[in-house]
Ligand binder design. Structure first.
Ligand code: DX5
Ligand code: ZN
Length: 216
């Protein structure tokens, strides 16, 4: 069986103590670090920008996974690439030149991700399948950590398995994922689980990551 990737979101960490948060992620068995970039326009919240991604990059060898919840993300792709993001994910709803932006991400040497909100149908991503390395299916409204997982998004994960065919595209679930619902989400086809609150509120992070991977 393939190993599930866990990508803790530092949005739920103490921003005055990111170095400790990175160490906790490294010691937990998680493989990626999820950075939620919010502009206060595409989503109501404002989080942090490319400098945080650069500072995370300097402090880890783990995969740096940047989720851009910003309008016209193409404006910032080169900045995030320069700051060391491995994956750059843009939102379908925030971008009117999705193909070009995915190509730009790849041209900058990064893996390209495409995200959809819970209300967006999965079929809209069909034209971009040959141009993307990751499909991020949001299971909460983007903007805040600590929300409840929306069960109705599981169908999109299952459907994407067929859409993907033999292509090498990671399916990432993001929002409200925890040790209790992880096995259902893995069962629906996710390869990578983002966890904000479930990770940072946990006292035993190794055990939480093992549960998120479906190992215990
Ligand atoms: C929401 C973000 C998520 C969020 C996950 O807009 O994209 O990555 O931080 O946090 P939890 O796991 O607490 O829902
Ligand atoms: Zn995210």
């Amino acid at each position: 069986m393939k190993e599930i990737i866990v990508s803790p979101s530092i949005l739920s960490a103490d921003f005055t103590n990111i170095k400790t948060a990175i160490e906790e992620i490294e010691n937990s068995g998680a493989q990626w670090i999820h950075c939620d970039i919010m502009d206060g326009v595409f989503v109501p919240n404002i989080s942090f920008g490319q400098k945080m991604v650069g500072d995370v990059r300097k402090n880890t060898k783990l995969v740096v996974d940047a989720h851009l919840m910003i309008v016209n993300p193409g404006r910032y792709v080169e900045e995030f690439a320069k700051n060391g993001a491995d994956y750059i994910t843009i939102h379908y709803e925030a971008c009117d030149n999705v193909s070009e932006t995915l190509s730009l991400i790849k041209k900058c040497g990064c893996k390209a991700g495409l995200a959809i909100k819970p209300s967006t149908e999965i079929d809209v991503v069909a034209p971009f399948l040959d141009n993307m390395d990751m499909m991020l299916i949001m299971s909460v409204e983007p903007g805040f950590s600590g929300q409840k997982f929306k069960q109705e998004t599981l169908g999109k994960m299952r459907r994407f398995i067929n859409m993907r065919g033999g292509r090498n595209i990671v399916i990432q679930g993001d929002g409200g994922i925890n040790g209790d619902n992880a096995s259902t989400i893995i069962g629906a086809g996710c390869d990578c689980l983002v966890a904000g609150n479930a990770f940072f509120k946990s006292a035993d992070k190794k055990q939480t990551v093992a549960r998120l991977k479906g190992l215990i």
